[in-house]
Ligand binder design. Structure first.
Ligand SMILES: Nc1nc2c(c(=O)[nH]1)N[C@H]1C(S)=C(S)[C@@H](COP(=O)(O)OP(=O)(O)OC[C@H]3O[C@@H](n4cnc5c(=O)[nH]c(N)nc54)[C@H](O)[C@@H]3O)O[C@H]1N2
Ligand SMILES: Nc1nc2c(c(=O)[nH]1)N[C@H]1C(S)=C(S)[C@@H](COP(=O)(O)OP(=O)(O)OC[C@H]3O[C@@H](n4cnc5c(=O)[nH]c(N)nc54)[C@H](O)[C@@H]3O)O[C@H]1N2
Ligand SMILES: [Mo]
Length: 746
């Protein structure tokens, strides 16, 4: 997902947090969800770093932090503006850094004025003194790191949250520094790789977008004709149009008003590969959509949990996929580093690796030859008749994805890193001996086969060949108000200071060099990110500059609805009294092909019937839907029962005792039957549901529906059945972290 910095992922890395003097964990629970990162956080703590955890739920991370700050969910933007306002008043910001490297901070300072301590405190529920002390400590600690994850993204204001956090770090001059940065701990194994590979409906691989230019770029690398590719789509418009999202596809099956966003056709078939989908909010809509489709296919090592939720009896297929133990290839870690994964064992029984299944699917659909062509071309170049999987696929990926610079990677280089794992420093990622001058996993951007990779992004005080860079120039040379978007700083050894991204057209004037006629021909019409040669990039590196330019980070996104992040109340807010002052967005048409309600949903007085704020999150013993972990005997023994955490005072008022069966009602009228767990981890206005269960649907066990031999050891109601309507305004990520519900004794 595009953020202030252009692309998602950690700016720094896990070990680097050991250099921090202060770590703000906001909207993440690494003690449960990222235990390896927690080791580094605790090491930082041992060396004197202060750890502050801001969370509506007293998490296991909160328990290990120096200070726990309880926040009302969905109010992080207001909290950070409150901090910024105080930081500005006290002149604790890094003025030099802002002047040299940042655009638009004046706008942010202006907005922050609306958030004096008392106002911020009222919105967030955090005492004024605490806001002051967190702001002061963080501003004075040099460097300070900031960590977030889904506690910030799963909101209607998710993208605003993911913008305001880097903004805070820029104001403090903490981006591009060891021990600083914004460190987004990612979700699944290889989820960073999945987004790098463009497994999203709004972009091709490498975040190139869906325009004609990107399509042509990839057609060239895939050795297929652009016109042929276009012919696979109904029209050029549909080829370049954002597709459905995991959250919106159901509306494309169920609601006629949305068919217009999809070339006037309802969705007819669904193939689910490596996704739980029972964890997506509005599970009742997922069920209805699955029941209605013509064809549903699951490609999964397990029986996908929604396969037992649907009532359909026909045209429902489970294709057994191999597990990751049975496959090999490159995977990306949360810090943009790639690793080689060797196969541990051959696929067992009738299961097959995902790519084999997809090759077969392409054959049945009639384009296997085109699908595999680039692999054969890569083999041919090396004098082979057959391609080698997955090595040649890694070559294709590295050669085509130049936007974030994967071209310095290769299967050979990644295997060397894996084989020499012991030759890298765990804290700095730097290599020793044969691995000298390389960083473990070649975190992108890795500009060439001589480049070491980039452990800390946007560090402009080291040379480009050591991983140095300014901010990406992605928004043109000038802002609409005429301000230059180029940095006024220069990388060490660089020929020039702030500059545009390198293209065939500007390279001679920007670098003051001459290309030979042959070079000119080879790079014609391309940029550092397109084309098939690395000539433009190599020339830039020779001049000591970063090929993507050296610009300013922008805090104002002039082409977005919210040009700067604004506090907006959740769709179903526990503070109805604040909705008119901080209303949500207007309704939005065609957001990932669905017409999505914002304002019109928020209008109702929801709190009357649904008086409790509903939080959701994870358990340490289970992963995702729990499909895999609830089928593991010992994990199922540790966490076997779905529950709702409720404050003892609230429970008392509702006549509920610990371990009572209770119904939790969602705003959509759905309900789930779970055990009450009395707990001070939530405040009196909130309840917490774990997201890791499935196999029970609104009080009914589905255990008999699993094929013999596949029944999980533990089942439970899915929180997603009661998580309400609501989506991020830009990404359509469901609002699972703030919502309303009602709890009744069963
Ligand atoms: N054991 C285990 N590990 C996992 C997973 C798993 O299922 N089980 N899942 C993996 C995946 S896919 C992901 S994406 C990551 C997720 O990792 P995390 O984001 O750490 O996971 P969550 O527990 O969903 O949420 C984190 C915290 O955000 C808090 N929170 C909720 N709302 C707000 C809010 O408005 N503001 C703030 N500041 N905090 C809020 C929650 O109370 C919770 O403590 O974990 C990964 N690791
Ligand atoms: N209420 C609430 N809802 C949430 C969240 C929340 O915090 N609160 N978090 C959201 C987030 S961040 C996420 S990521 C989702 C959870 O994400 P899901 O994708 O729903 O969860 P998983 O259980 O990890 O599902 C992965 C599926 O892939 C299968 N699988 C595993 N390995 C392979 C493989 O190699 N090949 C194939 N083909 N399949 C494989 C597994 O068996 C499983 O069925 O939940 C989301 N929903
Ligand atoms: Mo996730």
């Amino acid at each position: 997902m595009a953020n202030t910095f252009g692309y998602g992922g950690m700016t720094n890395h896990l070990g680097d947090m050991q250099f921090s003097k202060f770590i703000l964990v906001i909207g993440a629970n690494p003690a449960v969800n990222h235990p390896v990162s927690m080791v580094h956080i605790l090491r930082a703590k041992e060396s004197g770093a202060k750890i502050v955890c801001v969370d509506p739920h007293f998490s296991k991370t909160a328990a290990k932090a120096d200070e726990y700050v309880r926040i009302r969910s969905g109010t992080d933007v207001a909290f950070v503006y409150g901090m910024i306002n105080y930081i500005v008043e006290q002149k604790l910001y890094d003025e030099k850094y802002l002047k040299e490297r940042v655009y638009g901070y004046e706008e942010i300072f202006k907005e922050a004025k609306k958030y004096p301590l008392n106002v911020t405190s009222d919105i967030t529920g955090i005492p004024a003194e605490t806001i002051k002390s967190v702001a002061t400590q963080m501003a004075k600690a040099k460097p300070a790191s900031l960590i977030w994850n889904q506690g910030l993204t799963q909101h209607t204001v998710g993208t605003s949250n993911t913008r305001i956090m880097p903004i805070l770090q820029l104001i403090l001059g903490n981006i591009g520094k060891n021990g600083g940065g914004v460190n987004i701990l990612r979700g699944h194994d290889n989820v960073q790789g999945a987004s790098d590979m463009g497994n999203l409906s709004d972009t091709l691989p490498g975040y190139y977008g869906l325009g004609e230019g990107p399509w042509k770029h990839f057609c060239k690398h895939w050795y297929v004709d652009y016109e042929w590719m276009k012919g696979r789509f109904k029209s050029k418009e549909m080829m370049e149009k954002t597709g459905y999202a995991l959250s919106t596809w159901r509306f494309g099956v169920l609601d006629e008003e949305n068919f217009g966003n999809n070339a006037n056709t309802p969705l007819k078939a669904l193939v689910v590969i490596g996704n739980g989908i029972s964890t997506t909010s509005l599970l009742d809509k997922t069920k209805a959509a699955l029941d209605k489709l013509d064809l549903v296919v699951f490609i999964d090592p397990y029986v996908n949990d929604v396969a037992v939720i649907t009532e359909r009896k026909d045209n429902l297929f489970l294709l057994p996929a191999a597990s990751q133990m049975e496959t090999s290839g490159s995977v990306a870690a949360t810090n943009r580093a790639y690793q080689w994964r060797y196969q541990v064992m051959k696929p067992m029984f009738e299961c097959r690796e995902d790519h084999e299944i997809l090759f077969d699917l392409a054959e049945r659909l009639g384009f296997k030859e085109e699908f595999q062509r680039s692999l054969y071309e890569i083999a041919k170049k090396e004098g082979r008749k057959e391609f080698i999987w997955p090595d040649d696929a890694t070559t294709e990926m590295a050669q085509s994805i130049r936007s974030i610079a994967l071209q310095g990677m290769s299967a050979k280089r990644l295997k060397e890193h894996c084989d020499n794992w012991h030759m890298f420093d765990k804290v700095t990622l730097g290599g020793y001996g044969p691995m000298k001058n390389q960083y473990y996993g070649l975190p992108w951007p890795c500009w060439s086969d001589k480049h070491p990779g980039t452990p800390v992004m946007y560090n402009d005080s080291i040379p480009v060949m050591q991983g140095g860079m300014g901010f990406r120039v992605n928004w043109g040379e000038k802002a609409p108000d005429g301000t230059s978007m180029l940095s006024s700083r220069k990388l060490p050894n660089a020929k020039i200071g702030g500059h545009l991204a390198i293209t065939a057209d500007n390279i001679e004037s920007v670098l003051g060099i001459k290309l030979s006629a042959k070079e000119k021909e080879a790079v014609k019409g391309t940029t550092f990110a397109t084309g098939t040669t690395n000539i433009l990039v190599e020339k830039a590196l020779e001049a000591g500059i970063c090929p993507y330019g050296n610009g300013k980070a922008r805090m104002v996104v002039w082409n977005w609805y919210d040009k700067i992040p604004l506090h907006r109340e959740p769709l179903h807010s526990i503070r109805q009294d604040l909705v008119s002052k901080y209303p949500t967005f207007p309704d939005k048409k065609d957001l990932f092909r669905a017409n999505v309600r914002f304002e019109s949903e928020q209008k109702k007085d929801w709190k009357k019937d649904y008086p409790l704020n509903m939080l959701t999150g994870r358990l340490v013993a289970h992963m995702g839907t729990g499909t895999e972990t609830r089928s593991a005997k010992y994990l199922a023994e540790i966490a076997h029962t779905m529950f709702v955490e409720i404050h003892p005072n609230t429970a008392f008022n509702l006549g509920i005792k610990d371990k009572d069966d209770v119904w939790v009602y969602g705003v959509g009228g759905t309900r789930i039957l779970v055990k009450a767990k009395l707990s001070y981890r939530v405040d009196e206005n909130s309840v917490f549901l774990p997201q890791n269960f499935s196999g029970v649907y609104s009080g009914e066990s589905l255990l008999d529906r699993y094929p013999d031999g596949t029944k999980p050891y533990a089942i439970g109601e899915a929180a997603s059945l009661v998580v309400g309507y609501g989506y991020d305004y830009n990404t359509a990520c469901p609002e699972t972290k703030s919502g309303l519900c009602r709890v009744e004794k069963a």
